[in-house]
Write a protein that binds this ligand. Sequence first.
Ligand code: FAD
Length: 416
Amino acid sequence: MSDLNTHCVIAGGGPAGMMCGYLLARAGIDVWVLEKHGDFLRDFRGDTVHPSTLRILDELGLLEAFLKRPHQKVTELVAEFGKDAYKVADFARLPPPADFIALMPQWDFLDFLCEEARKFPTFHIAMDAQVTELLSRRGRIAGVRVKTPDGTGDLLARLVIGADGRHSTVRAKARLKVRELGAPFDVLWLRLPVEPDDPQHPVFRFVAGSLFVMLYRGSYWQCAMVIPKGGFAEIKAQGLSGFQARLRTAAGFARDRAEAIKSFDDVKLLTVAIDRLQSWARRGLLCIGDAAHAMSPVGGVGINLAIQDAVATANILSPVLAKKAPSLRRLRRVQRRRAFPAHIVQRVQVFVQDNILAPTMRNKTTPKAPLLLELVNRWDWIRQWPARLLGIGIRPEHVRSPAVRREPRPGDSAPT
Ligand SMILES: Cc1cc2nc3c(=O)[nH]c(=O)nc-3n(C[C@H](O)[C@H](O)[C@H](O)COP(=O)(O)OP(=O)(O)OC[C@H]3O[C@@H](n4cnc5c(N)ncnc54)[C@H](O)[C@@H]3O)c2cc1C
């Protein structure tokens, strides 16, 4: 990558970065997305595309094309406590066409966004491009240093967006203060085979010592075992047969398939963190998505909050970004708009992990369902509310940034 000058550079091609890149390019802004990996192919990333994101795709006229990609539709969530099943949320009661959760491998979703973004002449993406440093000029962030297989280059920009996830280099280099909220658990991801008589809805199974989540993926079950933080080493020390025995206890109707796990290479550990930045912005720099507020997997909302951040960013910044660098005040408007929903979700996640997950992991017997769940299970109409909270969330965003289709102008990404 040679040295370039652009309107906006985005570090990270995850859900936040790709959607933000798409929306800014759609508004005619010259934007570079830099992704450190060579492709989007990472297994066991969050794959839940919630109604809030489906609504955004619908507003952009992309929903029909998106739903042509292989996916599974989830219309209700069920929690199992021992042999008892409780219906928790009914998405079919939400307004169509966003009345379900789409389960789609994250690489397909990101690939789709990338393909659509490339239709705009001002969208540029560099894969295998790792942001390693921030560049400063006269007290403001003025660009990034990028490492690629061909060498190192500098990219100058009116605005740098850090969308590089929960281990963000950008926020570390900008010395933005992080507040850790802590997460007492980790997640083990694995796959189990599907059989013809299996149910097809997701299952959340509370058993003695663990929560086991099963997501139906057509040809396999994507399973998540919630374990105490740092507990994987102990599980490994007990050997594969010990782990298979644990799986048999947790996997319900799939208990006879534990042998499908042939070694610990079939099990992927994902460490969970919940944190947030005190300030999302500095002059010339804004962090969004997990870089601003790392989410736990509880509720499967992280991708969708990242997308909402991207929409708010484009709504607030695109009116100025084509003309000049946005002021710090304007950058802080993004935080003022999005911090509230992110903090509420994090509070709920911390509540769930402290009051439901931690006691479940300590329990030697299968826990009893909370009374609230009994009520939600009994009355159909109540189940639209958990679906609304989970699927649409607080302060949902709508696409307001204009769509400008134009040919590239001289000076767009011209070498400096
Ligand atoms: C175990 C676990 C399970 C989860 N399951 C779900 C789920 O089912 N549903 C859900 O909605 N959320 C889930 N989440 C949360 C979700 O993954 C995140 O909230 C979401 O991915 C955040 O999106 P993002 O774009 O901000 O960051 P990320 O998805 O982390 O994307 C950041 C991107 O930046 C790239 N990058 C990093 N550093 C650099 C750099 N220096 N230069 C260039 N590129 C860089 C990375 O390669 C990555 O592609 C889960 C989280 C965990 C920990």
